[in-house]
Design a protein around this ligand. Structure first.
Ligand SMILES: Cc1ncc(C[n+]2csc(CCOP(=O)(O)OP(=O)(O)O)c2C)c(N)n1
Ligand SMILES: [Mg+2]
Length: 290
């Protein structure tokens, strides 16, 4: 990877994002429903982190020196499983068991079930606190591993998230990166109607974090933000957050337009259309992100 050009890097990560979306559609089809919109929306973030940032050993998911990726949002597990399969940590063939009895891939992420799932994050608002503890612990151990916490905009409603944010800055956790999926949606409706969290950028800055806000469906912008975050961590030793504005259902116009997007029911005949739309929209022109 060290010899690749910028456009090769972009192409590699974009291709991973496409496969993550494709896996998520196949997984959703098994149950006919699921958190498919979130997986499509967050696929670029997941691809950037899994195929470009994280240090891990696919054959040894508990390798001590691994970077930790903590999924706070247990319901995003479908996207995370797709990323774990893309990373070679779980077999692609296992994805079809998603949400079935006795599967290692339950609908909400469970650390005891799935290799590579560091925490059970379904009770929202706890991930960042766990990430802070892990980052502190790793630092005490002299480990060079980094901790990445994936949060949703709904989790910004939780006081515990902000306590953790304050603690991370207090402890100067330069080994911690938070990524927030700002898809403007929650279970009960649009984020700005449930609880107005804006101005989000200024809030994180006020909590002392190195804060960047990017189009979370623009792979080039995501990679640049990760590069900036790494440089910042090395130079200053404070936590970084990448606020990612994303679109639910991204890449599949049929689903981008859905009203009830938090938990999607998709008709049997629609899945093939979804895959066709994804493929049609993803034929990458040279140097373009999709
Ligand atoms: C502590 C807690 N409160 C409530 C819930 C119920 N719940 C599940 S998903 C969800 C929406 C949270 O917002 P977000 O993750 O932004 O939703 P999405 O973008 O996936 O629609 C809620 C309230 C929960 N899982 N945990
Ligand atoms: Mg949301």
């Amino acid at each position: 990877m060290s010899h690749e050009t910028g456009s090769e890097r972009l192409e590699r990560v974009s291709a991973a994002a496409f496969r993550i979306r494709h896996h998520a559609l196949n997984m959703g089809e098994v149950q006919g429903q699921g958190y498919v919109g979130q997986a499509l929306g967050a696929a670029d973030m997941l691809a950037a982190v899994y195929s470009d940032q994280l240090r891990f050993r696919a054959e040894d998911p508990e390798w001590e020196a691994r970077d930790r990726f903590l999924l706070s949002t247990g319901h995003y597990a479908i996207g995370h499983y797709a990323a774990l399969a893309e990373a070679g940590i779980i077999p692609v063939t296992e994805l079809e068991t998603y949400g079935s009895d006795d599967s290692r891939l339950p609908m909400s992420g469970m650390s005891t079930y799935t290799p590579g799932m560091e925490i059970s994050g379904g009770s929202l608002g706890h991930g960042l606190s766990i990430a802070v503890g892990m980052a502190l612990g790793l630092r005490y151990q002299g480990s060079g591993a980094r901790v990445y916490n994936f949060l949703s905009d709904g989790e910004l409603d939780e006081g515990s998230t902000w306590e953790a944010a304050m603690g991370a800055h207090h402890h100067r956790l330069g080994n911690l990166t938070a990524m927030v999926d700002i898809n403007a949606l929650q279970a009960d409706g649009k984020t700005d109607t449930v609880l107005r969290t804006e101005p989000v950028t200024e809030k994180w800055e006020a909590f002392g974090w190195y804060t960047q806000r990017v189009d979370g469906n623009d792979v080039a912008a995501l990679l640049a933000a990760f590069d900036n975050a790494a440089a910042q961590a090395a130079a200053v030793g404070r936590p970084s957050v990448i606020l990612c504005d994303t679109k639910v259902g991204r890449g599949v116009p049929l689903l981008e337009e859905r009203e009830k997007a938090h938990f999607m029911r998709i008709e049997e005949h629609e899945w093939q259309t979804c895959r066709e739309q994804l493929t049609a929209g993803s034929a990458p022109a040279e140097g373009e992100t999709k």
